[in-house]
Design a protein around this ligand. Structure first.
Ligand SMILES: [Zn+2]
Ligand SMILES: [Zn+2]
Length: 256
């Protein structure tokens, strides 16, 4: 059976139709919890059983506290939130601390919580139904991972926020039947210094990074900052690259 990855949000910001990073995988799995989650129907929110987080930055978690609050009491089982130990620590300390938001891992009780954190280590695959989700190395300003999603038909990789790097490409180069590589390019080249400081890619650094990739799947560009999204994608499309490359579209469904 094939799997479906639905793009709920793939912008680097908000405003108008822009939604920040979130994907719905096979109806019950959320990949990051940016503002795109807010467009789902309540029935779709209630179907979410698992949430995988690349990192703790707000544009990737903004809707997680609100999701939990919206479905508490209507679900009979907890939502499982998968992340690295460091990301879980950040969420506990800075979000679910009873100051910014209640600690849903103890609501309504510690014995029957609405949310259960699950620590996931780099390279450790977790299989849920038809899909296997594996965190891959990423380099960002805070602890972060990329993900591979694998079905019987092939794989899709999502870089999360990252400057990529040799460990990421080594992991990606080992994947068979890669169908698509979703990779960020947050900034235009005029913001090269800012991109480096924020550990995001811009078109010129994307080109450098792609030289380490031995695959030929389609490249889907995500996380464009809204103010320069057209400029950034034009710079990406003008790269002398060897791969099919285009902008990832909010609302599209990737089958694999
Ligand atoms: Zn980030
Ligand atoms: Zn981000």
């Amino acid at each position: 059976m094939s799997c479906q990855l639905r793009v709920l949000g793939c912008s680097g910001g908000i405003g108008g139709d822009n939604r920040t990073t979130a994907f719905l995988l096979n109806q019950n799995i959320l990949i990051d919890a940016g503002t795109g989650v807010g467009d789902l129907q309540l029935s779709e929110l209630l179907a979410i059983e698992h949430v995988f987080l690349t990192h703790a930055h707000l544009d990737h978690i903004a809707c997680l506290p609100l999701l939990l609050d919206s479905v508490v009491g209507a679900r009979t089982s907890p939502i499982y939130v998968y992340a690295t130990a460091k990301t879980i620590e950040l969420l506990r300390k800075h979000i679910f601390n009873w100051l910014i938001w209640p600690d849903f891992s103890t609501i309504p009780s510690a014995q029957q919580p609405s949310m259960v954190f699950v620590e996931q280590e780099l390279g450790q695959p977790i299989t849920l139904g038809e899909v296997t989700i594996t965190p891959l190395p990423a380099v960002h300003t805070v602890p972060a991972v990329a993900f591979s999603f694998t079905s019987s038909q092939g794989s899709v990789v999502f870089s999360g926020d990252t400057i990529a790097g040799p460990d990421f490409w080594q992991a990606v180069n080992q994947l068979d039947a890669l169908k698509a590589l979703i990779i960020e390019t947050a900034f235009a080249d005029k913001e090269h210094q800012l991109a480096d400081a924020a550990k995001h890619l811009c078109p010129s650094t994307l080109a450098e990074q792609l030289s380490h990739w031995r695959g030929n799947a389609e490249i889907l560009i995500t996380h464009l900052k809204p103010a320069d999204s057209e400029l950034t994608i034009q710079e990406v499309l003008a790269l002398d690259h060897l791969h099919p490359i285009r902008r990832l579209l909010q609302g599209e469904i990737i089958e694999f």
